[in-house]
Design a binder for this molecule. Structure first.
Ligand SMILES: [Zn+2]
Length: 164
């Protein structure tokens, strides 16, 4: 074997090695992906087990002591959610329908009374904190609603008012 052949063989070895290596890398990426998708499946089944245990607890069945901390954690989270939902319902404010003047919920897109489409508004966008200039992001809504405050403390948005 002469020098040239030796050199060519070395190059060929390097190239072959690199190709094989990149093949292995690809292969391992695939395997890692498979492993993580298998682990996802385990996590899903585990959460199904957890859900069954929690449902058993809610239904009043005996649950093992070792899951009490998790059950307490879920109860605390559920209480927070309920509190947030309550406070959302309480702060749900009213606006006046621009078509018929009915008092409707702030997030109504269409008036439940007359069906009139309401200008798009979001409370956070159209109501700058007191003393601050309106950012002007809701020009249309602003001019529509200037005359009537959109936030009402009584939050009486019920549709069954007959006085409109
Ligand atoms: Zn209306």
């Amino acid at each position: 074997m002469n020098d040239f052949d030796n050199a060519m063989k070395k190059i060929a070895d390097v190239l072959y090695g690199a190709a094989r290596k990149s093949g292995e890398i690809l292969d391992n990426t695939k395997k890692a992906y498979n492993i993580s998708s298998e682990k996802d499946k385990i996590a899903k089944v585990q959460s199904q087990i957890g859900l069954k245990v929690y449902k058993a607890y809610v239904a009043g069945n005996a649950t093992p002591d070792y899951v009490q901390p998790e059950i307490e954690a879920i109860k605390a989270i559920e209480e927070r959610i309920q509190e947030l939902e309550r406070s959302m319902a309480e702060s749900k404010s009213c606006k006046i329908c621009k078509e018929c003047g009915a008092r409707i919920a702030l997030d109504d897109v269409y008036c439940p009374k007359c069906g009139g489409k309401q200008p798009e508004t979001t409370a956070s966008c159209c109501e700058p904190p007191a003393g601050e200039e309106d950012s002007g992001c809701c020009e249309e809504a602003k001019s529509e609603e200037r005359s009537e405050p959109t936030q009402r403390a009584d939050a009486d948005c019920s549709d069954d008012d007959d006085d409109f």
